[in-house]
Write a protein that binds this ligand. Sequence first.
Ligand SMILES: [Zn+2]
Length: 339
Amino acid sequence: MAAAEKRLLALAGFVNAHSHAFQRALRGRAAGGDFWAWRELMLAEAERQTPATVRAAYAAVYGEMRAAGYTAVGEFHYLGFDEALAAVDAAREASIEPTLLLAAYARGGLPRFRQESAAAYLRQVEELRGRGIRVGVAPHSVRACPVEWLEELGRYAAAEALPLHVHADEQPREIEECLGEHGVRPIELLARSGCLGPHATVVHATHASDAELDLLRDAGARVCVCPTTEANLGDGFAPVAALCERGIGICIGSDSNVRIDPLEELRELEGIARRAAGRRNVVSVGSLLCFGSDEGAAALGIDSWPDVLVDLDHPSLLGVAEGDALNALVFGCGADVFS
Ligand SMILES: [Zn+2]
């Protein structure tokens, strides 16, 4: 007797708008210590990468993402130019749609992260574009890029209609340093430098002030929240309700790849919002799924990416009425529910 056909539900694929694939190697290894101690281990892992290690390890990480329901990824890359090419090859091998968010790094970090000038950085961006690779401009952070770089990159991204991604307000120390150097907070500096706009995505914004959130709203910029990584690193709570009240677009990223599961990112995002608000349904399931797919695609500048199939006969969905499947998917399933 033939086995009954599986009941499948097609959904837009999830979009991972912020990944550092090499950090997957730290899973299970970097317990103990604070954010800055974790960063030291991360830097050691970054130091040993070569195009060959990137090519092999990233293909495995992207394979894990693909199996978990992510069908597009924004790789926020700061390991060097040849490694960027290897990352894109790895994504193509794993059948995940890549956007290479090439990081601009003027100071700090490791020598391999840095370019000698903003012009040298933009030459790398042009070279990647010339090879047909989808790219985004990514000043790493206000810590790594001086104002002149931010201004030049902001101008270029706007003129070329490219996505611009930048880390900001992840940790209080970064804000204190920015206030010390510039007298303003990181998102205020980004606004002043011309880096915000509808094409811009600020990664984290965990400790953004109300005034900074107003700036994001006024610019039409998005925020990428990375809930499992932010939890793991003890960053704090994403200001979910404050973002939603302002109508700021939210997308998700697996960031350090300590966990690769879009449903868990969305569940954590809504869990944070519920705990903070003391009520349920701060973000609707429909909006959460939109954060997980359409908003991420818009942040990466892509307009088509593969669907995923939900296995409606998966044990996690046993006894769930079909009309409740999306609620159960977000609140009761892991990524193994995808066929
Ligand atoms: Zn990051």
